[in-house]
Design a protein. Structure first.
Length: 169
């Protein structure tokens, strides 16, 4: 004759609660993963509005570390400050829990700037840049892959432009 010990009621209830909590967590993660594109679109729209930037784009892909945008237009649609046919942004998670952009790939980039009081202004893009600091200028530590880009600069009523192709500017 085999004697079976019955598990205590508390152990059974806590086991069922743990499984239910795990299932609830998995369902929550699945819902957020399915809704990631609308969430990202809403966040970007809100951030552009908060900073007073006119922008249009098509969000192609939202992944854990790679985001893809196409037909990006920042500024007045008739005379945009920035146009990019395609942009891919790759990020990584740092040890302190923050995300860091480490690579940007862009194609079909056109940039429009002006020289105002001896300083370059990129129009509405200036609103997206971090505030000025007293630190010396330093380029960000990212990989920037933009094989062909065009920029147009204006000084008062003098239009001038520069064009970069591949590695030579």
């Amino acid at each position: 004759m085999v004697v079976r010990r019955r598990t205590p009621l508390f152990a059974r209830i806590s086991g069922i609660a743990a499984v239910a909590l795990l299932l609830l967590l998995l369902v929550g993660v699945a819902v957020v993963w399915i809704q990631r594109r609308p969430i990202a679109t809403h966040y970007l729209k809100g951030e552009f509005e908060r900073r007073g930037v006119t922008a249009s784009y098509h969000l192609d892909r939202v992944g854990l570390r790679t985001q893809q945008v196409s037909n990006l237009v920042i500024g007045d649609p008739k005379h945009p400050d920035l146009v990019a046919k395609f942009a891919q942004i790759q990020m990584r998670l740092r040890l302190n829990g923050n995300f860091e952009v480490y690579r940007i790939v862009a194609r079909g980039v056109r940039l429009r700037g002006r020289l105002v009081h001896g300083k370059v202004s990129w129009g509405q893009i200036d609103k997206l840049l971090p505030p000025p600091s007293n630190k010396p200028f330093a380029l960000p530590n990212i990989v920037l892959d933009v094989p062909t880009a065009a920029s147009r600069w204006r000084r008062r009523s003098d239009p001038s432009g520069s064009r970069c192709r591949a590695t030579a500017c």
